[in-house]
Design a protein around this ligand. Structure first.
Ligand SMILES: C[S@@+](CC[C@H](N)C(=O)[O-])C[C@H]1O[C@@H](n2cnc3c(N)ncnc32)[C@H](O)[C@@H]1O
Length: 627
């Protein structure tokens, strides 16, 4: 978002007014991206609508701030820079301090506190726990109250401690119910508080100031303001430790790098430059006396100097002018002896008289920078140095005005600054994208963990299924065995049945077998021949209801006796065979004994009596005798 969007600006103004959060100094590109992300999460598409949404849903402020204020952090984040801080910078910083004097440290933008506790660990290791408790105070601040509340707990899950060596973990943390708590006695040295870097006053007289991965969210102007506050906050010789992606190019007058790559700087004290004096050569030295025409030589050398120079006596008279001064300002040897204030150059292109007085008074160089000077339709830039000239006895001889042409240097500096700004922007953009990627990465990580859990569950389900499968397999094997046995039995039974059938078929007499209900079970070939009914027609029929030439009802008494177990009974009945011929049939009825003592039916053997056997007369009389 390069062109300001009025709706977006209105939204920022509302956040400031309603909640005191001033995001106007944040970089619009990443800020816009984050607000847009939140808007799409709640399903709102325009800034105006989102403003309405915030008014209706006040709880949305927290969600928005959580999205905008990126809280990614970790213990000893960028270990290389921390190692350097612990091994090189802190020992020097401590050595420069008076014995037992207090040490003040500020972690600005501390998020959930890992950075502040990392500092506490480093100092405690260097000083020992007792001296650490006595001397060190770590002030840890952030704008995000939720993060501060978390930081105050000083309780972290195991995975947060992955950057710590086992010794540090053991020495500085107590383990409770799967979480790690920073040692209480050392914890008291760290003081958490809310501080908005944009709006609040800084903490003062600090020896070490950390502001890591926070400045980059602000635009250049706000960064400059915050950095000048940091300069104020630091004590003399204080150290500033920034994030590895942060730039400090445009503020090099406030801080000097201790290690630029690791973004560790020392405060530059704001004092005036030391007096610079230009002493003339001692007069009448033996060497000079031997040289002939030395004054002439000096004069020529002065005239030929490529920079414009004018020397003015302590009385304010022009004493010397270089040729370049004539070219640039039209001042020449003709003006020597005239009061300098009468020349145009005394007030154009810059008011010089005031600086001449100042240099004479303070006996130090007065510098006038950024002096614009029209040259051939273009603008040149000068830096004018007013150098006091002091005699060996300390008396003032005059001043030398030196006009340095810095146009080329200035153009280069402007180009360089522009290039640096572009680089800075690109770099910071990259870093904030990186932070976002870290967040996304964490989200992906947790999705992967969920998938891993699901996978484990699937694996265990799979194992259960495999076990069930094995059980089913063995049940299947058992069933197969039973099936095989049944098939064998069935074959045996069929063989027995065939054998029985053959026996029944081979008998000369008709045979039928009935069960206890008198339903026909067996009906052999001779029975078919005798009575003209096929086996399929009679099996399952009631014997006594058969419509055949045999008076079956007369056989009931025999059958009843057989069913109660009485031995074979025999009778003869007059009957009519299938051809309609009257015959006498001898019937023997025997109980059917399966495996127990009780008969399960009766066997009736029916045979036509031979001629001459006793038979009934025409009336079909019957006679029953035991067989
Ligand atoms: C990415 S974290 C950096 C945490 C830690 N310094 C590090 O480097 O690991 C940025 C922190 O800056 C905080 N922050 C953002 N704007 C701020 C402001 N105006 N004043 C103070 N802290 C701010 C955020 O709340 C967040 O906790």
């Amino acid at each position: 978002m390069t062109v300001p969007d009025p709706q977006f600006e209105l939204l920022l103004a509302h956040l400031k007014e309603a909640r005191g959060f001033d995001f106007t100094g944040y970089k619009r590109s990443s800020l816009g991206r984050r607000v847009n992300r939140r808007m799409s999460q709640v399903g709102v598409s325009g800034y105006g609508d989102y403003l309405d949404y915030l008014e209706v849903h006040p709880e949305e402020f927290t969600a928005l701030f959580n999205t905008v204020l990126i809280n990614v952090t970790s213990f000893f984040r960028d270990p290389d820079a921390w190692n350097y801080l612990g091994d090189e910078v802190l020992p020097q910083l401590l050595a420069a301090k008076e014995v037992n004097s207090p040490i003040r440290v500020w972690s600005a933008g501390c998020a959930s506190g890992e950075e502040a506790y990392s500092l506490a660990m480093l100092f405690a290791e260097i000083l020992g726990p007792d001296e650490f408790r006595d001397r060190v105070k770590v002030y840890a601040t952030d704008v995000d109250e939720e993060q501060l509340a978390e930081a105050r707990q000083a309780t972290y899950p195991e995975e947060s401690l992955s950057a710590l060596s086992p010794e540090r973990k053991e020495r500085f943390f107590e383990h409770f119910a799967g979480r790690y708590v920073f040692r209480k006695d050392l914890r008291r040295t760290v003081i958490f508080g809310r501080n908005d870097l944009v709006q609040d006053s800084p903490i003062s007289r600090v020896d070490l100031l950390l502001c890591r991965n926070t400045l980059m969210y602000f635009n250049a102007e706000t960064q400059a303001r915050i950095l000048s506050r940091f300069h104020f906050a630091l004590a003399g010789g204080g150290v500033l430790f920034l994030g590895k992606a942060e730039m400090l190019l445009s503020h090099s007058n406030l801080f000097l790098p201790i290690d630029l790559k690791r973004r560790i700087f020392r405060k530059v004290p704001q004092r005036l430059p030391a007096p610079v004096t230009f002493l003339p050569d001692p007069p009448d030295t033996p060497v000079h006396r031997e040289l002939v025409g030395l004054d002439r030589l000096r004069n020529e050398a002065f005239l030929a100097t490529p920079v414009a120079q004018i020397v003015v006596t302590s009385d304010g008279l022009v004493a010397l002018t270089s040729r370049q001064a004539e070219t640039m300002f039209g001042v020449s040897s003709r003006d020597v002896g005239r009061p300098f204030r009468d020349l145009d150059v005394s007030y154009r292109p810059a008011e010089l008289r005031r600086y001449i007085e100042q240099a004479q008074l303070e006996r130090r160089v007065a510098r006038i920078t950024d002096v614009e000077y029209p040259r051939g339709g273009d603008t040149a830039y000068l830096e004018v140095h007013v150098n006091p000239l002091v005699d060996t006895d300390g008396s003032l001889l005059g001043v030398a005005l030196v006009f340095h042409d810095v146009t080329a240097a200035r153009r280069m500096q402007e180009d360089l600054e522009q290039a640096n700004h572009q680089l800075e922007d690109a770099y910071e953009e990259l870093q904030s994208t990186n932070e976002e990627l870290e967040t996304t990465n964490e989200e992906l990580q947790s999705t992967v963990e969920e998938l891993e859990t699901t996978n484990e569950e699937l694996q265990s389900t799979n194992e259960e299924l495999e076990t069930m499968n094995e059980e089913l397999q063995s049940t299947n094997d058992e069933l197969q065995n039973i099936n095989d046995e049944l098939r064998d039995r069935s074959r045996e039974l069929s063989a027995a049945e065939m054998f029985l059938d053959a026996v029944l078929t081979s008998l000369r007499a008709g045979v039928t077998v009935v069960n206890k209900e008198l339903d026909i079970q067996v009906w052999n070939r001779q029975a078919e021949d005798l009575w003209g009914l096929r086996r399929e027609e009679v099996i399952g029929q009631r014997f006594l209801s058969l419509d055949i030439g045999l008076p079956t009802d007369e056989l009931w008494p025999l059958i009843r006796r057989a069913l109660v177990g009485e031995g074979p009974q025999q009778t003869q009945l007059a009957a009519v065979n299938r051809r309609g011929r009257s015959i006498v049939v001898r019937v023997v009825c025997t109980p059917l004994l399966s495996d127990g003592a009780q008969p399960t039916g009766a066997i009736l053997v029916m045979e036509q009596a031979e001629a001459g056997e006793q038979r009934s007369g025409d009336g079909g009389e019957t006679r029953t005798t035991p067989a």
